[in-house]
Write a protein that binds this ligand. Sequence first.
Ligand code: ADP
Length: 278
Amino acid sequence: LHASFSLIRRVTGFVSGAVCVLHDVTEQQKNENEQRQFVSNVSHELRTPLTSLRAYIEALNDGAWKDPEIAPQFLEVTQEETERMIRMINDLLSLSRMDRGVAKMDLEWVNFNDFLSHVLNRFDMIVKKDAEKGQEGEKKYSIKRKITNQDLWVEIDTDQMMQVIDNIMNNAIKYSPDGGVITVGLSQSQNQIILSISDQGLGIPKKDLNKIFDRFYRVDKARSREQGGTGLGLAIAKEIVEAHKGRIWADSQEGKGSTFYISLPFEPMSEEDDWDEV
Ligand code: ADP
């Protein structure tokens, strides 16, 4: 608490009153501390890939470039790490735009049912294409849909919402064993639609369930990094969902899998709202 105190004097010099102003600085202090912590986190997060890049480049420079076995491997690592750093910077820029409130929302009415099918078809297509090309190393998965037939009209920014679903779907793939089933559900209640995405992956410990939406928080740093993660995907998803006046949360059983839920406000259209053909 911060207090400032001033006396009110008359021109004659007599004190006729006093004003005491009390500021609650705790909130401000908290924000400043969070800001400092965030800058420190960003610096560490960028230093790690940079020091590893430096080590690989030094090794190449010291002669590894002549080794036809090692050189391509080292170059691949430097490329992957550079790409991850670019992803991280892009994620940070998106978050910064949202923090400053300059991320414009391009709202349009869409039938969430069709929209979700469109997003999921893309994921089906990726598996199909990988299988056709016989690509080794790409993770296989299948998507099971439990989606209501009901038309669900909601007002969303489709690019942003696609990013949310992409982030959660990619996590479901990243943190699951090969061949896992991802179940996507869509249902409605009186005033909200609920999207759920469940995987059969490694799960998330109870104590971490709320923290995974914090910037840079990971349950297992090494695993996230190995998967090319930035630790910002869920933080971005949360910002976007909340900008849509929705909610995002997760539930999980360690070793069995995780489910991510998103709810968005929804008003069922009544008969009277139907537009008459003119
Ligand atoms: P990252 O780039 O590390 O995946 P995210 O913000 O997307 O960053 O996720 C934060 C952390 O939450 C991850 O590092 C991981 O520990 C955990 N996580 C997210 N999704 C899942 C999932 N489907 N299964 C298990 N853990 C998950």
